[in-house]
Design a protein around this ligand. Structure first.
Ligand code: CAA
Length: 257
């Protein structure tokens, strides 16, 4: 498929989606979101891909939903069409998904990053939910995922003032997994992504499913799910290979089965 708003490439078992609307700081319009969804479909269907990275430019991961596109919207149309359900494809992704964030990750951009499994941030990254400055509020999960990620106080501070926080603050409050030098963002992200892609895919998918369940289930149900998933991995060849390799003191050769 030919894309107009994203660039797509693969690198050693990693699928990379680069948001590419530089004149609009990668603002998320319907066309871009449809292309991200299509690229995720393709990478999920490709057995050679074990991890997916979403990134933007040095200046902007994404400066939010496209304000120009939505400025004339009316309630009845929004309610009937539910257009902001269009990014749900990202949260349904089963393979591990990393956001590599440089520059602005604002509004829907911050929310897209938070839909990924973890965020690696460049030192120049800036995160925020400035929707209140437009007379609205987050709509792609900012009020929910940000609060679960950084707690009520910081989420209220960011959403009610609309201020941005820098990468160091984002790491301190647990929004990002690590901060790296801006010129090393893709190198460090690809190193992590290739490491993930080298694992057995069934175990990375199961790890992800169990961790995400921690946000949706009571503790006891989450613990039972974790054990069920753990037991189920003993039906895979990768478990046999991983443990045999450890005992033989050799690297594992996972076949993703
Ligand atoms: N939508 C549409 N266009 C955008 C955009 C957005 N979210 N953000 C930036 N742009 C456009 C600008 O309009 C500008 O286009 P023109 O050259 O045609 O005027 C271009 O990108 C460059 O932007 P700036 O000139 O503003 O660049 P800057 O460096 O001076 O400022 C910025 C950068 C601080 C990120 C500023 O662009 C900004 O505040 N952007 C809007 C951020 C925002 O409010 N995001 C939330 C959107 S609402 C949302 O996301 C809802 C939701 O939860 C789903």
């Amino acid at each position: 498929m030919a894309y107009e708003n994203i660039l797509v490439e693969t690198d050693g078992g990693v699928g990379v989606i680069r948001l590419n609307r530089p004149k609009a700081l990668n603002a998320l319009n319907d066309a871009l979101i449809a292309e991200v969804s299509a690229a995720l479909d393709a990478f999920e269907a490709d057995a050679a891909i074990g991890c997916i990275v979403i990134t933007g430019s040095e200046k902007a991961f994404a400066a939010g939903a496209d304000i120009k596109q939505m400025s004339e919207s009316q309630f009845a149309d929004l309610y009937a069409r539910d257009p902001f359900a269009n990014l749900e494809r990202v949260q349904r992704t089963r393979k591990p998904l990393i956001a590599a964030v440089a520059g602005y990750a604002l509004g829907g951009g911050c929310e897209l990053a938070m839909m990924c499994d973890f965020i690696i941030a460049a030192g120049n990254a800036k995160f925020g939910q400035p929707e209140v400055t437009l007379g609205v509020m987050p709509a792609w999960g900012g009020s929910q995922r940000l609060t679960r990620s950084v707690g009520k106080a910081k989420a209220m501070d960011l959403c009610l003032t609309g201020r941005m926080m820098d990468a160091a603050e984002a790491e301190r409050c647990g929004l990002v997994a690590r901060v790296v030098a801006a010129d090393k963002l893709m190198e460090e992200t690809l190193t992590a992504a290739k490491k993930i892609a080298s694992m057995g895919q069934l175990s990375t998918i199961a790890n992800k499913e169990a961790i995400n369940a921690a946000f949706e289930t009571p503790l006891n149900e989450g613990l039972r799910l974790e054990r069920r998933l753990f037991y189920s991995l003993f039906a895979t060849e990768d478990q046999k290979e991983g443990m045999a390799a450890f005992i033989a003191k050799r690297p594992p050769d996972f076949k993703h089965r």
